[in-house]
Design a protein. Structure first.
Lengths: 284, 154
């Protein structure tokens, strides 16, 4: 049993370095470019050995629909060689830095006949076992829109509008409630004794809480107690301040009926905003 | 009341599941050689399968966006229904729920119409995702209208 294990480990150790000595070549998957423009096709490789002086890059081109490939660029022995006879004559330039494992080429002045597959093969002696990698070039007259741009735009706009509408809705409700409450208070002759500074602070606090909890229909139970709040039971004149406890059961009819009679407001509006009125009443 | 509530909830969940299946599976156009749209375009041969991304034309992206929005709105409507069920005052109507559900149905309708009008005319038959989208549209509309009429009794 031990012998089998020893044998297996030796075999594995023997195989492993062989597998790790393969060179891996990286290029893009697909490149899109406009007619007449320049495109840089990048090629890089990974090797377990340092970059040797005999490192070589070979670029081949295979047109769409053809089975043969033509060599268009070659770098070997420290010198780049480019196509000087074929379709890419004077259009290919070797722009990579082989010392940094970069074997990219630049193709200028693209044409529709340049549609095809470009294959990069890199060799780093003695590391020569590896598979070349291909990049597909697509030449367009006008660049098509990328996948997902319009999708994201439509979704973003609609959701943004939704959020905006919800915010505006709650803002209008709050403003209506404030107006109703201030009208009712002034009608009953109660003068505000607190300074305007305190009123502004409570208003801002109310605003803050309302926008922090937009979906709740009832005031949050954790309103901080403000020092100038009147004890709610003793205030007989302003019964709206007491309705905070009764609003779920719609019991405090007298004050509501008074409001309805005086302002001719629809029951629904007052009913819907009663909690806002109570909250405003509690804070001022 | 409980029966009506459970029925309405079941319908809502059915619509939600239909929308998700229709959006996520790429079978708006299908025949024995392959299927395509909304996200992938696949060719299938015996023992082989080759998929690539669906074309990124404007109308396909619009259909994608509208279907995703319909799913989102249906989900939000489900949450609004759960919330309003416990927090609405007695006698109130499920306004939020119904608004979102009706918007979801409008989006599904737009997506299905755009796809029907603009689909590539290469003779392939419609797949099940397309059928589900058209089925989800009236169901979600009915569901939204039911929420509009429904009143909270307890």
């Amino acid at each position: 049993m031990l012998r089998v294990l020893a044998l297996a480990s030796v075999v594995l150790l023997g195989i492993a370095p062989q597998a790790s000595q393969a060179i891996t070549v990286y290029t893009s998957w697909e490149r899109h470019a406009l007619v007449g423009s320049d495109v840089r096709l990048s090629c890089s490789f990974f090797s377990w050995r340092f970059v040797s002086e005999d490192v070589s890059f070979t670029w081949r081109y295979r047109p769409d629909g053809s089975r043969d490939s033509v060599s268009i660029a070659h770098y070997a022995g420290g010198e780049p060689y480019t196509d000087n006879k074929g379709a890419f004559k004077d259009r290919v330039e070797f722009v990579g830095n082989p010392k940094r494992r970069d074997g990219s080429i630049l193709i200028k002045n693209l044409d529709f006949s340049d549609n095809g597959t470009f294959t990069c093969d890199a060799k780093n002696p003695p590391d020569i076992v590896g598979r070349p990698s291909s990049v597909r070039l697509l030449v367009f007259e006008t660049l098509p829109i990328q996948a997902g741009v319009i999708t994201g735009a439509i979704i973003g706009v609609v959701l943004g509008l939704l959020v905006l509408i919800v915010v505006i809705y709650y803002l209008m409700r709050f403003l209506v409630a404030r107006r109703v409450f201030s009208l009712s208070v002034s009608k009953h002759g109660k003068k505000k004794k607190e300074g305007s500074q305190q009123r502004q602070a409570s208003f801002l606090l109310l605003l803050f809480f309302l926008f922090l909890l937009p979906l709740l229909q009832y005031p949050p139970p954790l309103l901080p107690p403000l020092p100038h709040m009147h004890p709610v039971c003793s205030d007989k004149r302003n019964r709206l301040a007491r309705c905070h406890h009764h609003m779920t059961i719609w019991r405090d009819y007298n004050s509501i009926q008074r409001l309805l009679r005086e302002f001719g407001m629809r029951k629904r509006v007052v009913k819907g905003n009663i909690h806002l009125l109570c909250m405003a009443a509690q804070l001022t | 009341m409980l029966c009506i509530l459970l029925g309405v909830l079941a319908l809502h969940l059915l619509v939600f599941i239909l929308l998700i299946v229709s959006t996520a599976s790429s079978q708006w156009v299908a025949d024995e050689k392959g299927h395509s749209d909304l996200w992938y375009s696949c060719l299938s041969e015996p023992k082989a399968y080759s998929c690539s991304q669906a074309s990124n034309e404007d109308w396909i992206q619009a259909v994608q966006a509208l279907m995703i929005l319909a799913v989102v709105f249906c989900f939000v409507s489900l949450l609004a229904f759960a919330y309003q069920l416990f927090r609405l005052f007695k006698g109130g109507r499920f306004y939020f729920t119904s608004i979102f559900q009706i918007l979801a149905s409008v989006f599904v309708m737009c997506a299905a119409i755009i796809y029907t009008v603009m689909r590539p005319s290469n003779g392939k038959g419609f797949g099940y995702s397309y059928v589900l989208a058209w089925v989800a549209f009236p169901l979600s509309l009915i569901s939204g209208l039911i929420y509009l009429i429904l009143r909270k009794k307890d």
